[in-house]
Design a protein around this ligand. Structure first.
Ligand code: KG4
Ligand code: ZN
Length: 332
């Protein structure tokens, strides 16, 4: 089954052709991130206008790279939410128009669930049941997946998402946008093993699976204002604190649920320190729990993950039942 995926939830315009949910024939991603650097963050109206400009050229390139045509596509999948409304409308309107005019099935896809499916585009795929940590710019969730359909949110952030906190702290430190890669790069400049800056690790010992990053962001801001710490020291301590909380809570979820794999997903899983902490985690190794993290290009927003998710969920029409916080689904 060949699925054309379309993703326009934020500042990336992406189209992909994926065979049987596993094999990428093409995956074109065009980002308007450079326009958002000027404003230090995304202005939704600007992102939506950029989506309008990019969607047709991206679709054309994706079909030509896959050496296929719209007629040969079996179904069209599109991110239905969550995301920026103006940006989402561009993708959903395009997908609906294509589906209607070509008389092909339309599969609405939950963006967060799709991030998890980036792992199905790799050579080795996770074993169920699994714990998935979704860490993106808008969300932070721990999910228990017993199979493709049995999905339960164990916990999520009570305030800022992990990626959002990276972006906000980068802004405080004048490192530019997007903040995640900027903080990661700056933290590498901190060569000393010792630091007097100990930032809080919010909810690290809480009994639930929730996260909170807003207080940590404020603590980083307070440290910056004291002028006692360099930007690289703050970036280092902040990154360590976020990563430690994410790892600890994920391992707790593994210890308390019978699972075979840990699966990372979303933009923050591109962070090399986070990847290292998961791949070299002794507790997970001891329990023989395998860790799966997509290659960096598939961690951030891309349409191949949308097409893969659509393949495995093509018979579930009410995805809202699966992930209740996700609005914006529409009828096929
Ligand atoms: O999943 P994603 O591409 O889009 C959303 O669905 O939100 O995630 C974007 C987020 C941004 O907050 C960005 O700063 C963060 O992922 N990010 C990173 C890294 N690369 C992207 N955070 C930490 N380290 C990185 N290397
Ligand atoms: Zn995303």
């Amino acid at each position: 089954m060949t699925i054309l995926g379309i993703e326009t939830s934020c500042d990336e315009t992406s189209a992909a052709v994926v065979l049987n949910g596993r094999t990428i024939l093409s995956n074109v991603v065009s980002s308007s991130v450079d326009f958002h650097k000027k404003t230090g963050g995304i202005v939704p109206e600007v992102a939506a206008r950029k989506q309008v400009e990019s969607i047709i050229p991206v679709l054309d390139e994706c079909l030509s790279l896959a050496k296929t045509t719209l007629k040969k596509i079996d179904a069209i999948a599109v991110t239905a939410g969550p995301g920026l409304l103006g940006s989402l409308i561009v993708g959903t309107a395009t997908a609906k128009t294509l589906a209607l005019s070509l008389n092909k099935p339309l599969i609405p896809v939950n963006h967060l669930l799709a991030h998890i499916y980036a792992n199905w585009l790799e050579e080795n795929i996770p074993d169920f049941p699994l714990i998935s940590l979704i860490v993106s710019g808008g969300h932070t969730q721990l999910i228990l997946m017993k199979n493709h359909k049995d999905i339960k949110i164990l916990g999520e952030t009570r305030d800022d998402a992990a990626g959002e906190s990276f972006d906000k702290v980068a802004r405080i430190l004048n490192l530019g946008y997007p903040g995640g890669p900027a903080i990661e790069k700056k933290a590498l400049d901190f060569k000393s093993k010792e630091t007097s800056l100990v930032l809080p690790k919010p909810l690290i010992h809480s009994k639930d699976y929730d996260f909170s990053f807003s207080g940590l962001k404020t603590a980083a801001f307070t440290a910056f204002k004291t002028k006692k710490h360099t930007a690289c020291e703050i970036a280092h301590s902040f990154q360590e604190a976020v990563c430690e909380v994410l790892v600890k809570k994920t391992v707790k979820a593994v210890l308390e649920n019978k699972v075979n794999s840990v699966v990372l997903a979303g933009g923050v899983s591109a962070n090399k320190r986070l990847r290292e902490l998961f791949f070299k985690n002794e507790q997970l190794e001891k329990m023989k729990i395998k860790v799966y993290i997509p290659k960096i290009a598939l961690c951030t927003d891309n349409a191949a993950s949308i097409a893969s998710c659509a393949f495995y969920h093509r018979n579930i029409t009410q995805l809202e039942q699966v992930l209740p916080n996700s609005s914006l689904f529409f009828e096929n």
